[in-house]
Design a protein around this ligand. Structure first.
Ligand code: PAF
Length: 281
């Protein structure tokens, strides 16, 4: 696997592949990779001839009090894992390559409506940073297909909408969340949890399952959401939201709707903020 840091080398390699008629898959990441990321690379490998991954800790998607500084930078470890998973090319740019006028003075994208709620409401500006960097990375890599984990469900919806609205020629694919044996969704942030917190953290997935089951039994959405938040609070979490939404656009469903729903939770455990979701089949 080749690693490049500048746009010219990235484009030269991809141009070479294109001239041989190869299709290109892309897995953008913040680095500090785990099995969930590697599963995206393997999926890309199955769908496209060549696979590019990026590792870039994007400053514009972190709020002032978030973990940008302490986000683990583990490039050597990420390189080894990506190579083993079948990645052909790693793009690991610095901030100046992605933001030539500086992160603060960059063109910024805003995807309206769908970013007003849930993560968007609790992390102002977060999705502007995500949409901006993903659009920039799409322009640099120009992939046929890009893969994102469903764990960041709202992010996936924001990117799908941006791609459609800007007519970007990229197929966006969501891939299932990988979970630890007890059900905790794999996340780079799990490593911030103390052993006691790690044991408690599974309650998020268990609560999502309960929300699904209660809705299937016909309970009212608001009652289920309130019960989920209270359960998490009793277990020592500080929930930002426990919500049931339409999976298509994250709008609020009527109590009569039982199809195409998703439950989403964001909650703080100690200093770690965890998110997860569960699609209702
Ligand atoms: O989900 C992530 O890892 C990031 O938000 C992404 C999509 C790579 C953009 O920086």
């Amino acid at each position: 696997m080749q690693t490049v840091q500048d746009a010219a080398s990235l484009r030269a390699t991809i141009r070479g592949w294109r001239s041989q008629g190869h299709t290109v898959g892309f897995v953008p990441t913040l680095g500090n990779l785990h099995a969930g990321h590697y599963s995206l690379v393997k999926l890309a490998r199955e769908r496209t001839d060549r696979v590019v991954a990026s590792v870039f800790v994007n400053p514009t998607q972190f709020g002032p009090n978030e973990d940008f500084e302490r986000y683990p930078r583990t490039l050597a470890q990420d390189q080894a894992g990506l190579a083993e998973s079948g990645c052909d090319l790693l793009f690991a740019p610095d901030v100046a390559t992605v933001y030539p006028f500086g992160a603060v003075s960059s063109v910024s994208l805003h995807v309206p409506d769908i970013t007003d709620t849930l993560e968007g409401a609790h992390r102002p500006g977060h999705f502007d940073g995500v949409a901006t960097v993903v659009c920039k990375l799409f322009n640099l890599v120009q992939p046929d297909t890009a893969l994102f984990g469903q764990k960041d469900f709202q992010q996936l919806k924001v990117i799908e909408r941006m791609v459609r609205d800007l007519s970007l020629p990229v197929k966006v694919m969501g891939a299932p969340t990988l979970r630890a044996e007890d059900g905790l969704a794999l996340s780079s942030r799990n490593q911030y949890l103390s052993p006691a917190e790690r044991a408690e953290a599974v309650q998020i997935y268990q609560t999502l399952q309960q929300m699904r089951d209660l809705i299937a039994k016909g309970h009212a959405r608001k009652v289920v959401e309130q019960a989920a938040a209270s359960k998490l609070e009793r277990a020592g979490f500080v929930p930002d939201y426990a919500a049931i939404r339409r999976a298509e656009d994250l709008s609020e469903p009527a109590d009569s709707e039982h199809e195409g729903l998703v439950a989403l939770i964001a909650a703080r455990l100690g200093t770690t903020r965890l998110i997860d979701n569960l699609l209702f089949d």
